[in-house]
Design a protein around this ligand. Structure first.
Ligand code: SAM
Length: 212
């Protein structure tokens, strides 16, 4: 098991308990996702964490497959769905390249606070395009540490580097929003909308479409 998987497993309960910091931004993101979901859609969530978003969106999609490589996160997601009485969300312990995920089978593929964690973000976006149906959407909300102002970026790099040394931070890319957009386009997607929310770290929200 990789260091990053161990990290996410270890912090899963704490992650599940922590309140959402920017509730207004989160609600706005959910509203944009809902605008691209129909009641028959099959939504695939990558890196679903403790499952809150999948449970929140359960009423807006036909079904949701919520995936994460950290088994502890998946277990919490299953518990949350059961507590909420949600029956159309299936949680799977899987990374995006797991062969259990079927190419071209999903109407929407979504990664929230996820793609910057991949060792190869470009490969993760290309795989997302492979998984989504032609005409379907790939949605990414990404903390763009590479867009933080120079001194903040330097400070964050130092802090993250030290935390990684002691096993208290996962592998994380200092990506920019422009890189996410460029890699989505290079993967064959058309950008439908893009917005940025400010905070400690700017977050880029992009909805893109696989041409039909
Ligand atoms: C920052 S959390 C985000 C969770 C959730 N999407 C949210 O917005 O709250 C990132 C999640 O991605 C998962 N993750 C990171 N890299 C992954 C990979 N390569 N494959 C599958 N899951 C991954 C972690 O286990 C963690 O649960």
């Amino acid at each position: 098991m990789s260091k990053s998987v161990r990290f996410w497993n270890r912090i899963a309960e704490k992650y599940a308990q922590s309140p959402i910091k920017d509730m207004k931004g989160y609600e706005a993101t959910l509203a944009r996702v809902r605008a691209h979901l129909t009641p028959d859609d099959h939504l695939l969530e990558l890196g679903c964490g403790s499952g809150s978003t999948a449970v929140m969106l359960a009423g807006d999609a036909g079904r949701i497959t919520a995936t994460d490589y950290a088994g502890e996160m998946v277990a919490i997601g299953q518990r949350k769905a059961a507590e909420a009485g949600v029956e159309n969300v299936t949680f799977l312990q899987a990374d995006p390249f797991d062969p259990v995920l079927e190419p071209g089978a999903y109407d929407v593929v979504m990664g929230m606070n996820f793609y910057h964690l991949l060792d190869d973000m470009s490969a993760g976006l290309t795989r997302s395009v492979e998984l989504v149906k032609p005409g379907g959407y790939v949605i990414a909300k990404t903390p763009c540490l590479g867009d933080a102002p120079f001194f903040k970026r330097l400070m964050l790099k130092t802090i993250v580097g030290v935390l990684q040394l002691v096993g208290k931070a996962p592998s994380v890319g200092f990506v920019t929003g422009d890189t996410v957009e460029a890699q989505m386009k290079a993967a064959g997607l058309e950008i439908v909308e893009r917005s940025v929310t400010d905070g400690m770290v700017p977050r880029d929200f992009i909805i893109a479409r696989r041409p039909a």
